[in-house]
Design a binder for this molecule. Structure first.
Ligand SMILES: [Zn+2]
Length: 289
């Protein structure tokens, strides 16, 4: 199943032995030295060396190139590595053995090898939150950006020193951030309450949204972790976020402002168009009018 390199990637816990054959070449990304002290490993002049030679008279210390300066992080790594290596005792009368670290008996199994490939793997919320949701591509793209806080709201423009509107264009009271604009602003909150009531949901939850730290957290809690009607709510979140963003842009760039009820009416109108175009889940939760 594995070639030599990938096979060795998973073999970590070498039993005490001569350690003559265990080397720490660059390509073995999970070799201990590199994991424990990556910065020290970078400074090392000899990266491929047997453990036996490495440990002999602390040979590894003499190979650390300090000519370009070292930082506090280098020192911390050095101390950590020193502590680990000082506890190793080599036994010349014992041959090296290798131990499979993903099973308790140390024996290789294909199932644990398969699972090991997912170690450290993080699941993206984007497929469920954005890509598999019914919405026009421009709305999906916008949602993908704003969930990652990559839309040019005033707070981000300010950090770059670029011209910005500073206060939220919808309420003109608070500095504009993505989270404020979409669900913390009192204007947006009133829009959400109106639309929630329209589809038969309790609008009280909207008030608790001001405690959410980010668009991502808010989206996960209210869309991804939603049991029933998830697909419908996911489409609705995209539609409403998009319309609130459009109203914000109209105020910033065209100096025109719609009332809260006009934005709500636009959302309802768009929701009907989306339903007709194929947003089946959204059409189920919408009232017949
Ligand atoms: Zn506001």
């Amino acid at each position: 199943m594995f070639n030599e390199t990938s096979h060795l990637m998973f073999l970590r816990d070498y039993q005490t032995g001569t350690k003559r054959k265990m080397i720490l070449p660059k390509e073995r990304k999970s070799a201990g030295y590199q994991d424990i002290a990556p910065r020290i490993f970078d400074l090392s002049k000899k990266k491929s060396c047997s453990v036996q030679i490495t440990l002999l008279n602390n040979f590894w210390v003499s190979q650390i190139d300090t000519h370009h300066g070292i930082t506090l992080e280098h020192l911390q790594e050095f101390i950590r590595l020193w502590g680990k290596l000082s506890s190793i005792t080599l036994n010349n009368s014992v041959q090296d053995t290798i131990h499979w670290k993903f099973t308790s008996q140390g024996e290789y199994s294909t199932s644990t090898a398969y699972m090991a490939q997912f170690a450290g793997h993080t699941t993206s919320i984007m497929p469920a939150a954005v890509w598999k949701v019914w919405a026009p591509p421009k709305c999906k793209f916008f949602a993908w950006l704003i969930i990652q806080n990559r839309v040019w709201t005033a707070d981000r423009l300010l950090r770059r020193g670029w011209p910005n509107c500073n206060l939220c264009p919808l309420c003109k009271q608070v500095q504009e951030t993505a989270a404020h604009l979409l669900f913390q602003c009192r204007f947006s909150q009133r829009v959400w309450v109106e639309v929630a009531t329209w589809i038969g949901l309790n609008g009280d939850v909207v008030r608790s949204w001001r405690f959410e730290a980010s668009v991502r957290d808010w989206w996960i809690k209210n869309v991804i972790e939603r049991g029933n009607q998830r697909k419908a709510i996911a489409s609705l979140f995209m539609l409403m976020s998009w319309e609130i963003w459009k109203e914000r842009n109209a105020r910033v760039f065209r100096n025109t402002a719609a009332t809260m009820m006009m934005v709500v009416a636009k959302i309802k109108e768009e929701a009907h168009l989306w339903a007709m175009a194929g947003a089946t889940h959204l059409s189920i939760v919408m009232p017949r009018e």
